[in-house]
Structure formats: C-alpha cells, structure tokens
Design a protein around this ligand. Structure first.
Ligand code: ADP
Ligand code: MG
Length: 452
C-alpha cells in the first residue's frame, strides 16, 4: 500500500536526475512529507535555511513530481521539522521515523492512489464512513432504494450546499453497486469533465465514440451538474443520453449545488427530465449529527478526544462537513506535534484562526490583490480587452484561482466578466508554461502568493 513515505520516495526518484548530485544531497537530505491536508503536501525540512531553498528553488520541481504521482496534489508547503528533529539521520531513517510519528497524517493520502481509472470511483467514499442523520436521511434512503433496484428512481437528483456530502454519497452508491455486482459498468464523472469530453469529441470528429462510451454504462454518476448552466450543446447531448438510459433501464445519478429550478440557463426539456425522476436534498447537519460525524472521523483516525472537546467543536463549527473535517484534521495534527491533547482554549483559537483564513481568501480577494499588485483597477480586469498589460494579470488571477483555490474553470470564467471556461483553461496553461521560462513571472507569483 502506498503512503506518504512511498509518495515522497517516488517523487525523490524523479527529482534526483533533474538536479546535480551535490544539490540533491544538500537540499533533500532529511526531508520528508509531514502530512497531507486537502491536497496540500507539507514537506518538512531540517532547518529554516533548507526550507527557504526548497521553496524558492525547487518548488516547481517538487510540485511537478508530486503531481505526476498523484492528481489530487494541489500544492506543496514547506515547514521546518518539529522540535527534536532528526538532523544527521539518513533519509530512510527519517522516513520510517516519520511513519511512526505521523501515522495519522498518512491516512488521507492512501486514497489518492486508489481512485479507479476505469470508473473514477474513490473507495474512500463508502457507506461505512457515511454518517446518516436527519439532515441527509432522505437522500440516503433514495440511495439505498437505487442500490437495491437499479432504475427505482431515475434519474436520481441530489442537491445541497458545498461540503455537505454529495460527492461522498453518490460515489458510495457507485462503490456499493460495484461491490454487490462486479459486472455492472459504473462511471463517475464531473459535469466539467463531461463538458470537456464532449467538446473534444466534437473538435476531433469523434462524437460517435463519445456517444458510444457514455451509452455503455449501467450506472452513470454525474457530479456538480450545475456547471452545465448555459452550455446548451452539452445539455442537448445530456438530454439524449438520459433518454437512451431510461429506455435501456440504466441508472443515472446527478448531484448539484442547487435545485434544478435554480440552475440558470438550463433547457426546459432537461429541467423536465430531472423533474421526472427523484429529487432529494441534503441539508446542513444538526448538532447531534455533527457530534456523530466528529466521533466517526476521530475514530477513523485513532484519535480519541474527550466528550467536552467533541461537544465544543460541534457547537462552534456549524457549517459544512468539510469544515468539520478540516478543523478535526488541524486538531489531530497539532496534538500529534505537541504530543498531548489540546485544551479547549487552544482549540477555540484554532477554530478562530481557521475562520480568519477562510475570510481572507475569497475569489474576490484574489482578484483585488492581483489587480492591486499590477496597479490596475478590479473592473478593468473583467473588461473585454486584449491589452497585454491587462491580459497578463487576468491570466495570473485565473491561474491562482485554479491552482491554489481549486475554483472550477467555469466559475473562474463567470467571476471574471463571463468568460468561457475554454479561455480559462488556455490562460491557466499559458501561465503554467510561462512559469517555466519567465523568472520574473515566477517572482511575481511568489510575491502575490505572499499577499494572499
Ligand atoms: P460535496 O460534494 O457536497 O461538496 P463532499 O461529499 O465532498 O461534499 O463532502 C465533504 C467531506 O465531508 C468529505 O470528506 C466527505 O467524506 C465528508 N462527508 C460528507 N458527508 C458525510 C457524512 N454524512 N458522513 C461522513 N463524512 C461525510
Ligand atoms: Mg462534491
């Protein structure tokens, strides 16, 4: 089974040939992955000096090699090894030491390797780890009905705010069906990927193989269908696909961050197709459910906080399940580093800091900070101009929103004056390529990132 230790070793194998032997030995000795959180890999360096070098000189290389190994890696952060660090030990010793000390940090990353290439399902999303409460019980019941009898509700449309468990639930459905009957062909796809697939197939004259591919599945799971807003060509195709699926008694499952009535620019016939199936929602979890979720997650990580602590977190963090998880992760990591339980006061500070971070990084802030950096007004950035001095900052904004904040291509386009997602993709790729040869741009990005 691959884990953080393995990941780092594999990426060092890639990094080593790209730099001189002396440099490799100097800068990568005694480094290891401390933890992974939400796609961010924390690389630990033995000293502040090495940390600076790694992040200034080798960041691109490190990020690239980690990304090659795991698609879910979003970014890399550098930290100095915790006190009692392992100066002078060998890399292997470091790594095994690391393994001992940070078993918990390892767990999430194992998942990254397990995503099935054929059906895109991630086995970590199972019903075993899915907490059911009043907030999601209708969705859960509908899911169970489908698993029992494919086509029972068709299509099944699950909607709810971000971080409330839509992806987890629809992937768990796929995983469960697969477990019960291996011969079933299941396919999980985000609507963005579906859109790209469709556009590519049109451009390459391969529309019939596109149709063929999507018609072979027994169960098609499409996540975040709200991104198809305004994409009438793709909506047409999806409409045909639903029709064929219904005729062939194949199951389709959708998720969306809002009810289909509130998805703008959605064709009426698609709306009525959605409406003809089953519509269920997931709400924000109530206090009891938040407590149950925290307990389950803590247990999965071999972490046993007191009832008082669980209660305190559940009462203070009232938003999404993703937030609950995030806070719990920080608490687990901090108490690992400190080698003791955190006090309620410490936890309270952690939660407050987390809220600050959240407030600081909205897409609007990124736009404001980057425009400010290039001495431009926010409004000019969104205008439809091709002037070079405006195009570049705009591309930088797109790149940062995508790379550092995982904002989807379509919504980046929307936030920047209603641009097409393809434009956004091109812009991000342009910046990525420029970064390979333009050292000024590299510096600018470093400076901007420091402002965010
Ligand atoms: P969404 O797709 O609605 O944005 P996700 O499915 O990605 O949300 O869920 C966010 C995080 O919360 C995931 O890590 C997921 O495993 C976890 N989660 C969501 N719902 C539950 C649940 N009912 N029980 C346990 N964990 C959950
Ligand atoms: Mg999701």
């Amino acid at each position: 089974m691959t884990d953080l230790k393995q990941l780092w070793e594999n990426s060092l194998v890639e990094i080593e040939p790209s730099i001189s032997r002396a440099n490799f030995a100097t800068w990568f000795k005694n480094t290891f992955i401390l933890k992974e959180e939400g796609g961010v890999i924390y690389v630990s360096a033995p000293s502040g000096f090495v940390k600076e070098w790694l992040s200034n000189k080798y960041h691109k290389l490190i990020l690239k090699s980690l990304r090659n190994l795991s698609e879910e890696v979003r970014n890399v952060e550098y930290v100095v090894a915790p006190k009692g660090g392992r100066r002078g030990t060998s890399l292997a010793e470091d790594l095994s030491e690391n393994k001992k000390n940070f078993v918990i940090g390892e767990l999430p990353l194992k998942d990254l390797y397990n995503i099935n290439k054929e059906d895109n399902l991630n086995p970590k999303y199972s019903f075993e780890t899915f907490v059911v409460g009043p907030f999601n019980e209708t969705s859960y019941a509908a899911a169970q009905a489908i698993i029992k009898e494919l086509g029972a509700y068709n299509p099944l449309f699950i909607y709810g705010g971000t971080g409330l468990g839509k992806t987890h639930l629809i992937q768990a459905i796929g995983n469960e069906i697969k477990k019960l009957d291996e011969s079933k062909k299941i396919y999980y796809v985000t609507s963005e990927k579906f859109l790209l697939d469709f556009i590519n197939s049109v451009q390459q004259n391969k529309i019939s193989s596109f149709k063929e591919k999507y018609r072979t599945f027994d169960v098609l799971i499409m996540d975040d269908v709200q991104y198809l807003a305004g994409k009438s060509g793709t909506q047409d195709e999806l409409h045909h696909l639903i029709n064929t699926a219904l005729e062939g008694n194949k199951q389709i499952i959708f998720s969306s961050d809002k009810h289909y009535n509130y998805i703008p620019e959605l064709e009426d016939r698609l709306r009525s197709r959605f409406g003809a199936g089953m519509m269920v929602d997931i709400e924000e979890p109530d206090l009891e459910s938040r407590i149950a979720i925290l307990r389950t997650k803590a247990k999965n990580r071999n972490f046993s906080p007191s009832d008082e602590v669980i209660d305190f977190i559940a009462k203070s963090v009232t938003g999404s399940i993703r937030e609950l998880e995030g806070i719990l992760n920080s608490i687990v990591c901090q108490s690992q580093l400190k080698n003791r339980e955190l006090s309620v006061t410490e936890i309270s500070t952690l939660i407050k800091n987390n809220e600050k971070v959240k407030r600081a990084v909205t897409a609007e802030d990124v736009i404001k900070i980057v425009s400010g950096f290039y001495n431009l007004s926010k409004d000019i950035i969104c205008e439809k101009t091709r002037k070079k001095e405006i195009v570049k900052p705009r591309q930088v904004i797109m790149y940062l929103l995508r790379e550092d904040f995982s904002v989807s291509y379509p919504s980046i386009g929307q936030k920047l004056g209603g641009r097409d997602h393809t434009t956004v993709i091109h812009s991000c790729e342009k910046v990525k390529n420029d970064l390979k040869k333009d050292s000024i741009l590299v510096q600018e990005l470093e400076q901007i990132r420091a402002l965010l």
